[in-house]
Design a protein. Structure first.
Length: 406
């Protein structure tokens, strides 16, 4: 692409955000012979969030990216998942576990493995995008960085997570909040832990604790609790204060949970408000405009209750890579906005069509679970439970999805 007088540099494809989805998208494009540039605001790979559970649909997508072989050795197979109600002494098997490959990975292992498979120069750190504009000369998108530089691109893919500037630029609304917060952490047991190869989710009062072993010496855990977003009250971000909160929230949980909190790696703790793009916005939303689209949490952030947000982002990457590969030659041949936009529009139509119903299903199911976890009236909670029972009678069906060949 010819550099525009107003831009400091120009590229064929720019990916905003070098998190899981941005890196997976760059890798999918690379595997199909398409070069991209990933702009990440952090100064190094952002591996916040401890761990990530990958279920069969996620492994199928990772197979297509060609990185699953290495990753399989980094987390052991989880045989089962259990929901334990500590107040009433209930125990229920999770339908998505025990029916195929399920492993928990350290987020740093997953992100680093994908990043290392990218050609040198694909990922650029310290690049905070502050706005997305239209180049007055070429009509292609141009990105403004916080250092004042402008980068022009034929195609822009927004993968900067739930608060995406690219999503704003194509008219998507900011996501909503569940009124819940999550602390995530890792606990290392140098001499091994005694937890079985199972995901265990325990509920006591309004607090939910998840415990997921990664390997014999490492456990990923999360604590979810009511935490509405209030403009005048900020949740502490300092690891030590997050840790105190985690300890406080789990003080009535079994001794092994308290021990897990006591021994955790405090410096790795993170807190997140749980956000979602509403199912009706997924069904009706316009996910591309001109030569710009979105993927991952920027498109469909959802509650983590099915452990699917990350895998859905990897599926997006595979489908997007496949769709854009079909117009690879057109992309390099033309410099005219109208010609490129028409071809890219076709590829994006295909991508969005393929992804919309898939993520609408995940988003609806997680929305209904979120409503039943939130502080809502018993009637609303009952309605959400009934809707979930009717719409998702086969509760583990979402793991059977196959995003197809790259
Ligand atoms: C408690 C919890 C547990 C979860 N558990 C699971 C699980 O077990 N399995 C699963 O599959 N998913 C899980 N998820 C969901 C998963 O974490 C997300 O869906 C996934 O991380 C989204 O990836 P992403 O790349 O789209 O966004 P992100 O991971 O948010 O990455 C966005 C990237 O963009 C960068 N960025 C942001 N703004 C800018 C900007 N202006 N300029 C440049 N760069 C920018 C950020 O620094 C970041 O690196 C969980 C989520 C939560 C909250």
């Amino acid at each position: 692409m010819e550099p525009s007088a107003a831009n400091d540099e120009t590229h064929e494809i720019v990916i905003a955000g070098g998190g899981l989805c941005g890196l997976a998208t760059a890798l999918a494009l690379h595997r199909k012979g398409l070069k991209s540039l990933v702009l990440e605001r952090a100064d190094s790979l952002r591996v916040e969030g401890g761990g990530l559970c990958i279920l069969p649909n996620g492994w199928r997508a990772l197979d297509q990216l060609g990185v699953s072989h290495h990753l399989r050795n980094l987390g052991f197979q989880l045989d089962k998942g259990w929901d334990l109600g500590l107040d009433k002494g209930t125990q229920q098997a999770m339908p998505a576990f025990g029916k195929g490959e399920a492993r928990c990975l350290k987020r740093s292992d997953l992100i680093t493995t994908i990043a290392e498979a990218l050609p040198v120069g694909t990922l650029r750190f310290g690049c905070q995008i502050v706005s997305v504009q239209t180049d007055p000369l070429t009509k292609f998108p141009r990105i403004q960085l916080s250092n004042g530089k402008y980068i022009g691109t034929k195609i822009l893919i927004g993968c900067e997570g739930s608060r995406s500037i690219v999503a704003d630029s194509i008219g998507l609304k900011p996501p909503s909040s569940f009124g819940l917060g999550a602390i995530r952490g890792l606990t290392i047991y140098p001499h091994g832990h005694s937890a079985s190869h199972e995901l265990v989710r325990m509920t006591k009062g309004k607090t939910v604790v998840g415990r997921i072993p990664v390997n014999d010496k490492l456990i990923f855990w999360f604590v979810v609790f009511p935490a509405p977003i209030q403009p005048d009250v900020k949740f502490p971000r300092e690891p030590e204060l997050i840790w105190q909160k985690a300890v406080e929230k789990t003080k009535d949980f079994p001794a092994e949970v308290q021990e897990m909190m006591e021994r955790c790696a405090v410096e790795l703790l993170t807190f997140t408000h749980l956000r979602y793009r509403a199912p009706w916005e997924i069904l009706l939303g316009k996910f591309h405009k001109g030569t710009i689209t979105v993927a991952g949490d920027a498109m469909h952030v959802m509650g983590p209750f099915l452990a699917q947000g990350g895998s859905a982002g990897i599926e997006d990457a595979v489908v997007l890579g496949r769709s854009l590969a079909k117009i690879k030659d057109d992309l390099s041949k033309s410099e005219k906005y109208e010609e490129v936009a028409s071809k890219v529009g076709e590829a994006f139509d295909e991508y969005v069509k393929e992804r919309r119903m898939r993520v609408a299903g995940l988003s609806t199911q997680t929305y209904l679970i979120g409503v039943s976890w939130e502080e809502r009236s018993p009637l609303v909670k009952l309605g959400a439970m009934i809707a979930r029972a009717v719409l998702f009678s086969n509760r583990g069906a979402h793991i059977n999805y196959d995003c197809g060949r790259l």
